[in-house]
Write a protein that binds this ligand. Structure first.
Ligand SMILES: Nc1nc2c(ncn2[C@@H]2O[C@H](COP(=O)(O)OP(=O)(O)OP(=O)(O)O)[C@@H](O)[C@H]2O)c(=O)[nH]1
Ligand SMILES: [Mg+2]
Length: 193
């Protein structure tokens, strides 16, 4: 698939989710894992989704239209320490409600930073996706930050922890663009399915 056009559609901050006929592909993961950067990588446009080195940048659900055909959905990150407990609960509810109720959601990409061991929240998210029968795929991000050997060691640990096969995950870097093609063809397979 070639990305020919991308545009920002809308942001939502409460459970009045955006509804349309377009299929949706969503990105979840802890704050700062690189969700917005990955959307920009797919779109081949640096500033489309706002990125930041300060965790918790994306507090809204942002929808981006690709090729006038499907939507990329940038979800708020979880695991951000600097928010109150009630705020955290609100965000988790917000996220889960979107994931449970969106009728056009075709696949969720669960992002994991190659340098970090998956957290309890990552595992909870995966279990939530399984429990709700939502198709998902694991994407490892930021592989440019480690050597090849370190990456392969980290992948082993991540796959073990998440009970997945290395062939089933997508390995990416928004910095050097690795994995962009694999991610795009994976998205295409879910959009067409
Ligand atoms: N080296 C490197 N840095 C990355 C990569 N992807 C993202 N980053 C950096 O990581 C930080 C967070 O990236 P974002 O894309 O904003 O992360 P996010 O998951 O959208 O974060 P929230 O919106 O807070 O949930 C930024 O400083 C990015 O430049 C990558 O592949 N390699
Ligand atoms: Mg973001």
């Amino acid at each position: 698939m070639q990305v020919k056009s991308t545009s920002f559609v809308t942001s939502v901050s409460d459970s009045h989710f955006y509804e349309s006929d377009f299929n949706e592909i969503a990105f979840v993961g802890r704050s700062n894992v690189g969700k917005s950067s990955l959307i920009n990588l797919i779109a081949n446009r640096r500033g489309l989704a706002k990125t930041s080195s300060t965790p918790g940048k994306t507090k809204l659900i942002n929808y981006f239209l690709v090729n006038n055909k499907f939507l990329l959905v940038d979800l708020p990150g979880y695991g951000y320490a600097q928010v109150s407990k009630s705020q955290k609960t609100n965000w988790a509810d917000f996220l889960e409600e979107y994931l449970k109720t969106s009728k056009k959601l075709k696949c969720v990409y669960l992002l994991l930073d190659v340098r970090r061991t998956p957290s309890e929240q990552d595992e909870m998210m995966m279990n939530f996706l399984y429990a709700n029968r939502i198709p998902f795929k694991i994407v490892v991000t930021k592989i440019d930050t480690l050597s090849k050997l370190q990456v392969s060691n980290r992948l082993f640990i991540i796959c073990q922890k998440m009970h997945v096969n290395q062939n089933d995950i997508i390995i990416t870097s928004s910095e050097d663009k690795s994995g962009a093609k694999e991610l795009l063809s994976s998205i295409e397979s879910y959009i067409l399915a």
